[in-house]
Design a protein around this ligand. Structure first.
Ligand SMILES: C[S@+](CC[C@H](N)C(=O)[O-])C[C@H]1O[C@@H](n2cnc3c(N)ncnc32)[C@H](O)[C@@H]1O
Ligand SMILES: C[S@@+](CC[C@H](N)C(=O)[O-])C[C@H]1O[C@@H](n2cnc3c(N)ncnc32)[C@H](O)[C@@H]1O
Ligand code: SF4
Length: 394
């Protein structure tokens, strides 16, 4: 087959099933934030050369079993991948390109913390192939940044954002709301300010108290006061949807807002239940090999991963997913996004019809909408997502 026809065929085959992406996890941070339960660690000694070789070895291993795929998106997450040297990032991108074709305008995102050191590396990342920055701003007032345990100030965040904006066409940032002592008016003001800065994408998360974090310890001892009650949090969510929409950023997922066409392609692969290769400590993946879809997970602790990757396999778990597993995962991911799911695909995966009594009940409650084989949650349904999923799960 002519190369271009092959590329088109491979792209469309993957695309019908949600696309194919690559996730690279860098597990280190300068300091641990008290709310964060992501796989992140503070370490003084990092032999970056060794880490690079381990990532490259994992890519080589994966390439042998994933031929003929087209990489729609790459995502460097963490931890704090903006602590990686630009040459390390460039070498990983180069190896990905060596193994798999990419479209002409690939989305290659790197998560960055908004410190000045990180901002100094932005040019290098762009030269190495990064096309999009996702910045963890978290709050637009210094008192709350401190309370969140962040080591940057609002001023530094704004400066880093400006540098990112002048270097990359696509820049998004994250904010955490429903914070201690935050009123609805405070959040409206902060969000309006964020919307003035924003280019075409924002991730807006409600603060969650995750088990095993410093915030959770403090919360259980009664030391984390002033968190919003459920009604206020729901009002904050409504206001978020309203203000973002007015600014032309549409809520395309529970916590993600974008102009049409500026959605995160990498994250859409997850939510459309596509395939993705995940490499690095604790990274997970979903890979279809010889018609079987697998859930994969890499060794979680940085040193355990590094040593295993050097010995030939950083992947710790590989489980074949049954049709029911896949249907449930597709449902859980797909109902997060505004575009929703295709019930024909769902029923084919499950080998069984969807529960029509539950559908009628949820439609009557205004939590879902259906048209033909197209099923999606309403904004109210996305707020009560766990209940919706609970009723529809196989
Ligand atoms: C859910 S947050 C989203 C951040 C930001 N708003 C964005 O979308 O660019 C991204 C984080 O999720 C985790 N993550 C994403 N994909 C992953 C994967 N395949 N395996 C393990 N962790 C992953 C990483 O900790 C990553 O930093
Ligand atoms: C892995 S972190 C981002 C990476 C980057 N190191 C940073 O902190 O800027 C992914 C995002 O998830 C959000 N997040 C993490 N923990 C959260 C929590 N407990 N509640 C709400 N959002 C949280 C934050 O907005 C954060 O930017
Ligand atoms: S929020 Fe980001 S910087 Fe803070 S510990 Fe988690 S991954 Fe590291």
């Amino acid at each position: 087959m002519h190369l271009q026809n092959w590329l088109r065929a491979a792209l469309s085959a993957d695309w019908q099933n949600g696309g194919f992406g690559i996730y690279v996890h860098w597990p280190f941070c300068q300091a641990k934030c008290p709310y964060c339960d992501f796989n992140s660690h503070v370490s003084r000694e990092i032999d970056e050369r060794r880490w690079l070789n381990a990532y490259l070895a994992e890519l080589d291993r994966a390439a042998a079993e994933l031929p003929g795929r087209v990489v729609n998106a790459v995502f460097f997450g963490g931890g704090t991948p903006s602590l990686m040297h630009p040459d390390t990032v460039a070498a990983i991108i180069e190896r990905i390109r060596k193994h798999w074709p990419m479209p002409n305008d690939p989305e290659i995102t790197l998560e960055a913390n908004p410190g000045s050191v990180e901002a100094g590396r932005f040019r290098g990342y762009a030269d190495g192939g990064v096309t999009r920055i996702s910045m963890g701003v978290q709050a637009l007032n210094d008192r709350d940044l401190k309370r969140l345990g962040r080591i940057h100030t609002v001023d530094e965040a704004k400066k880093a954002f400006e540098i990112a904006h002048s270097t990359f066409e696509r820049v998004s940032f994250d904010l955490i709301y429903a914070r201690q002592d935050q009123t609805l008016e405070d959040w409206k003001k902060e969000l309006n300010e964020a919307l003035c800065l924003a280019i075409d994408h924002l991730s807006l998360y409600q603060l969650t108290i995750e088990k095993g974090t410093a915030f959770s310890d403090r919360y259980e001892k009664g030391g984390l006061t002033g968190l919003p009650v459920e009604d206020l949090a729901a009002d904050m969510y409504d206001v978020t949807n309203e203000l973002c929409e007015r600014a032309g950023l549409f809520g395309y997922e529970v916590s993600n807002y974008a102009k049409v066409g500026a959605e995160s392609r990498h994250n859409l692969i997850y939510w459309r239940y596509g395939d993705y290769l995940g490499i690095g400590p604790g990274a997970h993946g979903r890979l279809t090999i010889d018609g079987v879809k697998y859930a994969t997970e890499h060794f979680k602790m940085p040193n355990a991963w590094l040593e295993n990757a050097e010995r030939g396999r950083g992947e710790k778990i590989r489980d074949a997913l049954s049709g029911t597993d896949q249907a449930n995962e597709y449902l859980i991911m797909g109902l997060r996004i505004t575009e929703g799911i295709d019930t024909t695909r769902l029923e084919n995966l499950a080998g069984a019809k969807i529960d029509t009594t539950a559908l009628t009940h949820l439609t009557d409650l205004g939590l879902i909408e259906q048209s033909g084989s197209h099923l999606r949650t309403t904004p109210q349904g996305r707020l009560l997502l766990n209940s919706v999923i609970g009723e529809l799960i196989y």
